[in-house]
Design a binder for this molecule. Structure first.
Ligand SMILES: NC(=O)c1ccc[n+]([C@@H]2O[C@H](COP(=O)([O-])OP(=O)(O)OC[C@H]3O[C@@H](n4cnc5c(N)ncnc54)[C@H](OP(=O)(O)O)[C@@H]3O)[C@@H](O)[C@H]2O)c1
Length: 301
């Protein structure tokens, strides 16, 4: 049931949102563990820790002597205090701030953090073109976008959008519920996201699953949580079957989806991160995948 880990595969990304909860020494140890575990892709946003996550990440990379070109670094912009801002001036200024805090002269990927109702696609296109031609950003993507919002933006861009970051995990299955419960009167059959995962698959955008172990919007981790007793029971059973931690099973569940999603791991604990990274070696059986979906409280028609 296990497959060899692909060297430097890109299915796992270390999310750096919570980094500032840790000391510089702990962050350096976390990054070393990530690299040893084959995780070389790191996700930031200009707002994480008010910019401190990016600063501390850069400091830790210097401490461990990790060359910039050996890793993939992405960040996000567009969320401001109480509003969203996808104006060209804000995007350009944000990237300068991000590069300065990260101590690098380029980002591999820049994502627009959330849809902005006041977005002017032509303005975003101008900003993206300037960032790409100056070498400051190599690729562009979005986060929490629906298909039509992607279409609208893409219609003005010279570059193909490469990724859409979405909340997805066993306690947040909304993006697949509507398809699974299609043509029923079940609550899960209501389409909130416009078949966004199918859309991304068809159009070459990589889905990046954020907060894979959280329920609600940042309400807590479902692992070991009493409100998810049935799910935890099933996760623990599968952990025995596959010989890994329950957390790794929850991550493997996301990796098993044929969209070939990337998963953003948010742990700041090196030992936990190592255990979670075992998810890449698990090839989950179809019936186990559905058993977990049902144990998370979902109905199949
Ligand atoms: N695009 C967006 O709108 C958006 C929104 C939110 C997040 N994100 C991205 O997604 C990344 C991941 O989000 P997340 O931090 O919420 O991810 P997560 O992996 O779901 O949660 C990690 C948190 O759960 C805790 N935790 C408790 N028990 C755990 C266990 N048994 N196994 C693993 N973790 C456990 C971790 O604590 P320890 O640190 O002590 O392990 C950590 O605080 C972020 O860093 C960010 O890059 C994007």
């Amino acid at each position: 049931m296990t497959m060899p880990t692909t060297e430097n595969d890109d299915r796992l990304i270390l999310g750096c949102w919570r980094l500032q909860q840790r000391t510089p020494v702990q962050i350096a140890a976390l990054l070393e563990t990530a690299l040893e575990s084959g995780i070389r892709h790191f996700d930031h946003a200009d707002i994480y820790g008010g910019g401190d996550s990016e600063r501390q990440f850069a400091q830790a990379l210097r401490t461990i002597g990790c060359p910039r070109e050996s890793i993939v670094v992405q960040s996000k912009c567009g969320i401001r205090d109480g509003h969203y801002d996808s104006s060209a001036s804000h995007i350009l200024a944000s990237v300068d701030g991000i590069l300065d805090r990260l101590g690098t002269d380029y980002l591999d990927t820049l994502l627009l953090h959330r849809p902005d109702a006041l977005m002017e696609p032509a303005e975003v296109a101008e900003a993206f073109s300037r960032l790409q031609s100056s070498g400051k950003v190599r690729r562009f993507g979005v986060s929490n976008f629906r298909p039509m919002q992607i279409e609208l933006l893409q219609s003005a861009l010279d570059q193909p959008l490469c990724a859409n970051q979405l909340q997805f995990g066993l306690a947040h299955t909304g993006p697949i519920d509507a398809a699974l419960q299609a043509n029923t009167g079940f609550d899960g059959g209501v389409d909130r996201d416009g078949s966004v995962i199918d859309y991304c698959r068809m159009n070459g955008l990589r889905v990046q699953a954020w907060s894979p172990l959280q329920f609600g919007m940042f309400e807590g981790n479902f692992l070991g949580h009493p409100d998810f007793a049935e799910l935890n029971h099933e996760l623990n059973n599968m952990a025995q079957v596959y010989g890994c931690s329950a957390g790794a099973i929850a991550i493997a569940w996301i990796l098993r989806h044929p969209a070939q999603m990337q998963v953003l791991l948010g742990s700041t604990d090196p030992q936990r991160l190592k255990r979670l990274s075992a998810a890449r070696t698990i090839s989950m059986q179809r019936e186990h995948w559905y058993a977990l979906y049902r144990a998370a409280g979902n109905r199949l028609p």
